[in-house]
Design a protein around this ligand. Structure first.
Ligand SMILES: Nc1ncnc2c1ncn2[C@@H]1O[C@H](COP(=O)(O)OP(=O)(O)OP(=O)(O)O)[C@@H](O)[C@H]1O
Ligand SMILES: CC(C)(CO)[C@@H](O)C(=O)[O-]
Ligand code: BAL
Length: 291
């Protein structure tokens, strides 16, 4: 695996491969890799002749009071993991490589990006769209891989690619979990022992919502209130976003009919944000047979 820190270096390495028609898969990350990231890499490796991973802790997507400076970093360890997984190129630019001048141009998907997680992280998704667009321009991937754990991010990126006709196929990858169900996440290292034990409330809240819906509840507000209460019963957990939405558009839903619904959770434990979600299929109506 070759590591590049400059845009020009990576472009020069990829140009002949692209010219000879090789399919390029891109896995964008912020590093401090875990098995969830490695699943994205595995999917990219099985479908593309060339795999590029990127590691860049993107300042544009962090608010002033967020964890940019303490975000976990371990480049040598990440390099070993990517090399072992058969990645061809790692792009690990510094801020000065990626943004030699303050960015004047931004990419924004404002309606989708200002709600849910965006309502508690203003500007976050614009920062994500801007850096992901720039990575697409640098790498020119045929396919790019993103986790369903960040469901709103994945939805916004799909919309950006469609709106701007960016020539890349966006591939969503199922969430990889710890043994107790907690979604793997780089920020899980922030949790102390008590917080880590409490964090299991997040996947359990998804189970609770599925149970309530399976029992026949059709009012989204009642499901959301019950799930909020379920999470808040864990003293260390603060439910910031609990929302039932349309799985494709993230639009609010008036009632839970016979279509699957998406439950999105954004829960704080101490200062750590945990994201999770599940698409829940409602209870099948049993239709009485006419004799
Ligand atoms: N558990 C997981 N399963 C599948 N994909 C994941 C998982 N965790 C992260 N990803 C995906 O990996 C990519 C890079 O994510 P990122 O580097 O921010 O990691 P993260 O663990 O989500 O970090 P953070 O804790 O900062 O949210 C994103 O597309 C993200 O959705
Ligand atoms: C897609 C991404 C790498 C852009 O910085 C980041 O938001 C992430 O890690 O999910
Ligand atoms: N995984 C999403 C990146 C972020 O929280 O900034």
């Amino acid at each position: 695996m070759q590591t590049f820190t400059t845009i020009a270096g990576l472009r020069a390495a990829l140009a002949p491969l692209r010219a000879s028609g090789k399919a390029i898969g891109l896995v964008p990350t912020m590093g401090y890799l875990h098995v969830g990231h490695m699943e994205l890499v595995r999917r990219a490796r099985e479908a593309n002749e060339v795999v590029v991973a990127s590691i860049f802790v993107n300042p544009l997507q962090f608010g002033a009071s967020e964890d940019l400076s303490r975000y976990p970093r371990d480049l040598p360890r990440d390099q070993r993991m990517l090399e072992d997984a058969g990645v061809d190129f790692l792009f690990a630019p510094g801020v000065e490589d990626m943004y030699p001048r303050p960015m004047e141009t931004v990419v924004d998907v404002p309606t989708l990006g200002s709600q849910l997680e965006g309502s508690v992280r203003p500007g976050h998704f614009s920062g994500v769209c801007t850096v992901v667009s720039k990575l697409f321009n640098i790498v020119g991937p045929d396919r790019a891989y993103f986790g369903e754990k960040d469901y709103q991010q994945l939805t916004i990126i799909r919309r950006m690619v469609e709106d701007l006709a960016q020539p890349v196929e966006v591939v969503g990858v199922s969430t990889v979990r710890e043994a107790d169900g907690l979604a793997c996440s780089s920020r899980n290292v922030y949790l102390d022992t008590a917080q880590r034990a409490a964090a299991v409330i997040v996947p359990r809240a998804l189970d609770e919502a599925a149970r309530i819906i399976a029992e026949g509840e059709t009012d989204p507000a009642r499901v959301e209130a019950a799930v909020r209460g379920f999470i808040a019963a864990e003293p260390l957990a603060e439910p910031e976003v609990v929302a039932l939405r349309h799985p494709d558009t993230l639009a609010e839903i008036a009632d839970i009919g016979d279509r699957p619904v998406l439950l999105l959770l954004f829960v704080r434990i101490g200062s750590t944000k945990l994201l999770d979600n599940r698409v829940i299929a409602p209870k099948k109506q049993t239709i009485a047979k006419v004799a």
